[in-house]
Design a protein around this ligand. Sequence first.
Ligand code: CAA
Length: 379
Amino acid sequence: MEFKLNEDQQLMKDMFVEFTEQFVKPIAAELDEQERFPEELIPQLGETGLLGIPVAEEYGGAGADNMSYVLAVEEVSKACASTGVTISAHTSLCCWPIEAFGTEEQKQKYLPDLASGEKLGAFGLTEPGAGSDAAGQRTVAEDKGDHYLLNGSKIFITNGEVADVYVVFAMTNKELGNKGISAFIVEKGWEGFSFGSHEKKMGIRGSSTCELIFENVKVPKENLLGEVNKGFKIAMATLDGGRIGIAAQALGIAEGALDAAVEYVKTREQFGRPIAAFQNTKFTLADMKTRVEAARYLVYSAACAKDNGEPYSDKAAMAKLFASETAREVTWRAVQLFGGYGYTRDYPVERMMRDAKITEIYEGTSEIQKMVIAGNLLK
Ligand code: CAA
């Protein structure tokens, strides 16, 4: 199978490359260094259409396919994995479930602002006791007639404090376990909704990760997303798509490190010649490139399966598992090729190495991906 981009996808890719060169690459190191979320980039991302790529045109998006969305996350992540995950969490984890499970009113109300970048989205599932065991929710939403009363907290939330719209999961019937979880659309600014600690992270330091706290937050009945007690399946289906986004981010990180290494080995001289002339360098680069291409096929294949309306849960899990391991391996090797310089912040590969690690952890650890893949094989 050959992945050949069609004309629209190629045009979009060219635009993402240009955008990344102009706006993302120049600030990537600074965002990491200062642990700063790039507020100034959000309107630019919105204007260029990068925050609503797969959202239908009738709701203000580009109405493009998932393949194009993957290309965006990949290209941006080549230069800045933090910006890559900002786009991915917003698009896959907030816009998508609203479009897939929302009522017409919810779509009309939330999607145009999200797709234009006027508002940013986030996803609140993880809790201290509900990480890999997503069903172990402690946050509760009590039915109070015309509203739900939301109490609890969420941790490790990407786009945490910088988002405006949150897809949040809570128990609506504790007795029913995962069949008692519901999904809600929650807005920043509602009484009782506040933010807790900000994580100080190893990598993706230009992305915002923080705790969400809900203290007697009144969620209007019309903000229930999907059916009551059907939230666990919404979360799982959302993560299937989210994992394609993270796989694309991991692919981009690996490609960024490979590109940097290829440039470097041509100019760095030791023992009287460029280190590119040594067999060890060539073999290392060959291994890196081969892994990157294998990861690309898995990531694009998962995106195409989603676009073709085929089942993609296991494909997404395989893409994320392999692409994240590839990002770890390729960035590690890039640092080794750079030697002492690679260990300094004068070059981007140490940042890429730190950024790569999270792709093996969030939106389901590698071990969870293996459970999903094996579960699909054995069912
Ligand atoms: N789509 C739809 N439904 C699904 C599904 C899917 N992909 N996967 C499972 N389900 C359904 C099952 O069919 C089952 O339904 P029935 O009972 O009606 O048959 C139900 O959900 C329960 O399924 P399981 O018994 O398999 O559920 P489980 O409790 O054993 O959990 C799991 C399975 C795969 C381990 C799941 O808990 C999981 O994915 N855990 C990881 C969570 C995760 O990725 N968290 C990341 C949070 S987001 C993040 O990282 C932060 C960020 O902002 C980036």
